[in-house]
Design a binder for this molecule. Structure first.
Ligand code: NAP
Length: 451
């Protein structure tokens, strides 16, 4: 066997991911040594509770509650504790001690990424985080490395498995949000407190990380517009299906062309959106993730796979550990990234996309013309309209064509598809529609993404 130099690896955390990382490091040590060009010695595992039951059997003498001492003298520190503190302090401590850091901690990077990367820059250390967005899917390296010579135009990502699982079951079974969420919790797909997932916080953290890499710009979390999926109901899913769409929680990172002699800008947003059923993202089922990248020269690329799971995520973590080890042996800088483009992130009002507006209106002559007039005044151009009588008077037909020819005195549902419009114009127009006297209820306004 080759006589490799030994690198000391400290692992912080032995939960769902950390325990699998430790297990793989111990079981595949010889193979990993051949790939890394160094023997990876697991020096210890820092946890909170020494006696907690682990997902896999690991040698008890590796465990410690003293992360700080474990870090000192380590070449590579793997942070898999999660959360901001003490992860932030320990990561900064590892960097200051001369170690490279591997982390899967999206919360830490989305909120304190600049601090961590600057600290690493100052001492020539590297921070690897392939597992921090979309779990096992290789997406950080492609954005940071493979596409470094291209210009990314847009990323559309399904980056939260829990919400994709919920929306997919709602779509395939016609089930309600609350029922599917309860089942997802029972099956372990959703946390007891599902807020981070269903309100889009987790996806927003990943969007900030992906946009920062794609656009070579530091994107703070508060620049990410965020909406969750709690308002999506069975009727919206059915209406989307009827129109040839599926609803997905998307993280959209977009480069916007310069306007009026200004500079290019970016938009980063997370919301439930309508995706054409023919789009590759529509076929992402269950708890899977996918990231669809459009680049100027490369064209369309899609990265697909498990966005979470202990052993799946451990694969991405270990890939980073091997990279870090190689760099330690060879010296020099790592894959590197730049934030020098420094593009401004615009508020949601500047975004231009297509929309589907669903309204309940009085079912009487002239209403459609009034609605069309308000949309036109608001610079929102109609692409399609479908009208369905929902509370028919005795002589009303159901459904009726979108000609405004119904004479019933009940209510009708209007589903309006728009051409591209500016979000600001659209939201002001929807407010005017709501106040117009002919609209009984704005049922939903959904963006259409994907082409
Ligand atoms: P987890 O199951 O909650 O495990 C966390 C581990 O960190 C536990 O072993 C815990 O120790 C330890 N820990 C927490 N606070 C600590 C402290 N103050 N001092 C020492 N140890 C401490 O978390 P996970 O699911 O493995 O996730 C780890 C990281 O990976 C997170 O950043 C997460 O966002 C990211 N990630 C997870 C997945 C996934 O599928 N789970 C996917 C992608 C990314 P005890 O066991 O003693 O309590």
């Amino acid at each position: 066997m080759t006589d490799y130099r030994t690198l000391r690896v400290a692992l912080l955390g032995a939960g769902a991911v950390g325990s699998q990382v430790a297990d793989l490091l111990l079981r595949h040590g010889d193979e990993l040594a051949d790939r890394a060009g160094a023997k990876l010695e697991l020096a210890g595992i820092a946890v909170r509770n020494l006696d907690a039951k682990r997902d896999v059997d690991l040698p008890h003498d590796l465990f410690t509650t003293d992360a700080e001492t474990l870090i000192v003298g380590s070449d590579i520190v793997i942070e898999l504790m999660g959360g901001i503190e003490p992860a932030r302090t320990q990561v900064l401590h590892a960097i200051a001690s001369g170690a490279d850091v591997v982390t899967a901690n999206k919360a830490l990077l989305a909120t304190h990424g600049s601090e961590v990367f600057e600290a690493a820059d100052q001492v020539g250390a590297e921070v690897y985080y392939e597992a921090a967005a979309a779990g096992a899917i290789p997406i950080i390296r492609p954005l940071r490395d493979s596409l470094a010579g291209d210009r990314v135009v847009r990323i559309m990502g399904i980056v939260n498995g829990t919400t994709n699982y919920i929306l997919d079951r709602m779509d395939t079974e016609g089930a309600d949000f609350a029922d599917v969420l309860a089942q997802a919790q029972a099956l372990g797909y959703a946390e007891a407190d599902p807020t981070a997932d269903v309100e889009g916080y987790d996806a927003a953290q990943k969007a900030a990380i992906l946009a920062s890499l794609a656009f070579h710009t530091t994107v703070p979390l508060d620049a990410v517009h965020r909406e969750g999926i709690t308002s999506v109901d069975a009727a919206m899913i059915e209406s989307a299906r009827h129109a040839g769409y599926v609803i997905k929680l998307l993280a959209v990172c977009e480069r916007l062309a310069a306007e009026n002699g200004g500079t290019e800008s970016i938009s980063v947003r997370v919301y439930p959106a309508l995706v054409d059923r023919a789009h590759p993202l529509a076929s992402v089922h269950g708890a899977n993730n996918a990231v669809f990248v459009q680049a100027e020269a490369a064209g369309d690329l899609m990265f697909y796979g498990a966005g979470a799971g202990g052993v799946q995520t451990a694969s991405a973590v270990l890939g980073d550990v091997v990279s870090a080890a190689r760099r330690h042996i060879a010296g020099g800088v790592g894959v590197g990234e730049s934030t020098r483009a420094n593009l401004p992130a615009v508020p949601i009002g500047h975004v231009i996309t297509r929309y589907q507006i669903t309204l309940e209106v009085d079912d009487r002559p002239g209403v459609l013309a009034t609605v069309a007039g308000i949309l036109s005044e608001g610079r929102v151009s109609i692409a399609t309209v479908e009208q369905t009588v929902i509370e028919a008077s005795a002589d009303a037909a159901d459904p009726v064509a979108a000609t405004g020819s119904s004479t019933g005195a009940g209510s009708a549902r209007l589903v309006i598809g728009t051409h591209k419009a500016r979000e600001q114009d659209l939201s002001e127009t929807v407010e005017r529609l709501a106040a117009s006297g002919v609209v009984e209820r704005v049922v939903s306004v959904l963006r259409v993404e994907g082409n």
